[in-house]
Write a protein that binds this ligand. Sequence first.
Ligand SMILES: NC(=O)C1=CN([C@@H]2O[C@H](COP(=O)(O)OP(=O)(O)OC[C@H]3O[C@@H](n4cnc5c(N)ncnc54)[C@H](OP(=O)(O)O)[C@@H]3O)[C@@H](O)[C@H]2O)C=CC1
Ligand SMILES: N[C@@H](CC=O)C(=O)O
Length: 344
Amino acid sequence: MRTLKLALLGFGNAGRAFAKILEDKRPAIRETMGWDILVTGITTGSRGSLYAAEGLDLQKAWSELEEKGHFEQSNRAYSTMTSLELVETGEYDVIVEMTPLNIFTGEPASEHLRKAMERKKHAVTANKGPIAWHYKELKALAEKQGVQFYYETTVMDGTPIFNLKDETLRFCQVTEVSGILNTTTNFVLEELAKGKAYEDVLQEGKKLGFVEADPSMDIEGWDAAAKVTALLNVLMEADITPDQVERTGIEHITIEDIKAAEENGKVIKLLCQGTLEAGQVKASVQPTLVEKGSLLAAVEGTSSVVQITTDLMGKLTIIEHDPDLVQTGYGVFSDVLRVVKNFV
Ligand SMILES: NC(=O)C1=CN([C@@H]2O[C@H](COP(=O)(O)OP(=O)(O)OC[C@H]3O[C@@H](n4cnc5c(N)ncnc54)[C@H](OP(=O)(O)O)[C@@H]3O)[C@@H](O)[C@H]2O)C=CC1
Ligand SMILES: N[C@@H](CC=O)C(=O)O
């Protein structure tokens, strides 16, 4: 039996959803793949850290956080280690970056990945900041260091988009990408249309776990801009940053706008687009009127959609229907399994 050790940075909604899947599937991974996957370290922003080179009790870790709101100092694995200390000194094979998104710099998440890869550790990130800001540099570093670097969760949770391009659309050139990529704005626009108050809708979204730590990141279109940037950087080698996306959020959309759209047989969706124009990739995020009954209008609630136009496979549409945190956890889990599969 071979052992793969993970260090988890961030243990919020995404981190715990991943840990629960890992714990549940660990026996099957041992049996079918011959690998035992252990977590040796977990850091948080303000709730303490855990570290044990021989592996942590994951169930105890999430129970403590969910019941007490922090790791217990009485836990033998309790530690005051910071994320950077864990990255630079901890014993692990794969760093798993799940700290909050900093849309304006992609830091400190990018630095966590850089430092881990410099130690020749594999890297998985659910945090889209590094892919939106530093994809080219991090990809080159991974290649130089001979380590694997995956980021499936950064766009549409565990829906295979980057995997699809890598594994089954090889040599297809992507010429256009569009979609509804931000759950919060899709949810808010729909719930406002039902007559609910903005603050109540946002609270509901927070409880469901998909609203960013700073909700303006979603509402002002920054999360969507980061996602379309990530897609374009990976699928079209665009080498752009979120500040280059022409961006309008939903903060100025009023209930009157939503009603007026409805009276005209339309709904408002926050649409992301990226196209190749004269050798340059142009990206935008904009509230857009779409026909009721159309494919885009049918993407409701927490669902999202991406359309990818390619030279050899035409236009493909992928819809993720009504995901919750399980799909987020699965994105990270599928990346870790990819590391195992390609481990040398
Ligand atoms: N939730 C979702 O559906 C999805 C989330 N993502 C991405 O995954 C990442 C995590 O999201 P989510 O789990 O929902 O966010 P949460 O806010 O639920 O959790 C963030 C976690 O990171 C911790 N944290 C904050 N700063 C640091 C730090 N410097 N070092 C280590 N840990 C830190 C927080 O600790 P504390 O609470 O103490 O501050 C908390 O444990 C984000 O980048 C998000 O964009 C991607 C796809 C879907
Ligand atoms: N805040 C994001 C969550 C995942 O990336 C969203 O609303 O889509």
